[in-house]
Design a protein around this ligand. Structure first.
Ligand SMILES: *Cc1c(COP(=O)(O)O)cnc(C)c1O
Length: 387
């Protein structure tokens, strides 16, 4: 791994963990669709593989490339982003512990922490991560063991300062976790900025083709990595061979995809600013975005996600998402195809009435890598029809 981190990002994305198959010379490592592995006499394992829950070569190839891309020592691939999060929380926390999280984290993360781990005695405080004093105060709560960061945030694209937050977390003795799903390692490297653990929903940009659900944790060697490995093995929410293989395949084009996603999103954000139907555009690539300078420092491009608040309220927002043609109305994000969503009734329906509630006139766009003029024309015609 040390050897591969010396190579450039795009090279690592294509080659780390992807050595050709020694028995056939197949350039692409196979999908080892096997639940178990023959032993040459009791305990005589070939390559360390024994039973598919404890390890599978296709999963290893995914975990190896993920660690290389995030600059970590170890990666663990799970059946979903939330399964990865759950394994991390159970590895790092004990009943009675307290954690601090952003007040605009992914709704499913909030639900997991509040409703599942809350029931098992984990306390939490949600704060505005751009308010460092508020974070410092929350971290001073008795029993704080973990700080959960997500940037850019969903759906309002707030940018928080990973390096500054990592210092606060470190000073408070808290494990610093960054959900890097929205930026992907192509644009943002939390471990290099001081974080301890990176979390991914690989369902999104890493997979990149809307054909797989998966999650991952990346961290340095050490006690926590051992605990996470044990959780993965003992609780069993592993990434399956086919899913691992699809994710590896997606990762090979991560670098070029994220560049194109970012260019297309920038063009759409700029076209939406000042449009008579638009109240506000939330995109860190706009100089008017409050997190623009920080994002320019912390990320190598601004990514493919943007949100827009419409002047006509909830009705206009709903009409808009139901009027696009290239942008398809669906949950999720990060695929090559453009998607549009209405957070207050879709992705964020579960947080209505909480402090995580999203304004009902906000629409979220996952800008794909189609021809930008088709995307611009689609957004334009849908805005005309918003009513
Ligand atoms: C989708 C998502 C998750 C959850 O991942 P699943 O793969 O759906 O379980 C976590 N965090 C962020 C930022 C996400 O977008």
């Amino acid at each position: 791994m040390t050897e591969s981190t010396a190579e450039g990002f795009a090279t690592r994305a294509i080659h780390a963990g992807q050595a050709f198959d020694p028995t056939t010379g197949a350039v692409v490592p196979p999908i080892y669709q096997s639940s178990t592995f023959v032993q040459d006499g009791v305990g005589g394992l070939r390559g360390g593989y024994e039973y598919g829950r404890s390890g599978n070569p296709t999963r290893t190839s995914l975990e190896t490339v993920l660690a290389a891309l995030e600059g970590g020592d170890r990666a663990f691939a799970f059946a979903s982003g939330l399964a990865a999060e759950d394994a991390l929380l159970r590895s790092a926390l004990r009943p009675g512990d307290h954690l601090v999280l952003g007040n605009d984290v992914y709704g499913g993360t909030h639900r997991l922490i509040q409703r599942i781990h809350g029931d098992w005695g984990i306390r939490n405080t949600a704060v505005d991560l751009t308010d460092l004093d508020a974070v410092r105060t929350a971290l001073a709560t008795d029993g704080t063991k973990l700080l959960w960061i997500e940037t850019p945030s969903n759906p309002l694209m707030k940018i928080s300062d990973i390096a500054a937050l990592a210092e606060l977390g470190y000073a408070a003795g808290a494990l610093v976790v960054v959900d890097n799903t929205f930026a992907s390692p192509a644009l943002q490297q939390p471990l290099a900025l001081g974080a301890d653990v990176v979390v991914h929903s690989t369902t999104k940009y890493l997979g990149g083709h809307s054909d797989v659900i998966g999650g991952a944790l990346v961290l340095r060697e050490g006690e926590l990595a051992e605990k996470v490995g044990f959780q993965q093995f003992a609780a069993g929410a592993i990434a399956a061979p086919m899913e691992s293989w699809l994710t590896v395949r997606g990762i090979k084009t991560l670098d070029v995809r994220l560049r194109r996603h970012s260019e297309n999103a920038q063009a759409i954000a700029e076209a939406l600013v000042g449009h008579p139907a638009v109240e506000n555009v939330y995109y860190p690539g706009l100089p008017t975005h409050p997190g623009h300078e920080l994002a320019a420092r912390q990320m190598s491009a601004f990514g493919g996600m943007l949100s827009v608040a419409l002047k006509g309220g909830p009705d206009a927002a709903r009409r808009f998402v139901e009027s696009t043609a290239v942008f398809q109305l669906a949950e999720s994000l990060g695929g090559v195809e453009s998607l549009i969503g209405y957070p207050s009734e879709m992705t964020h329906a579960s947080v209505r009435g909480t402090e995580l509630e999203v304004p009902a006139n906000v629409v979220r766009l996952s800008v794909g890598i189609e021809d930008v003029r088709d995307l611009l024309a689609d957004v334009e015609q849908a805005l005309e029809r918003r009513g």
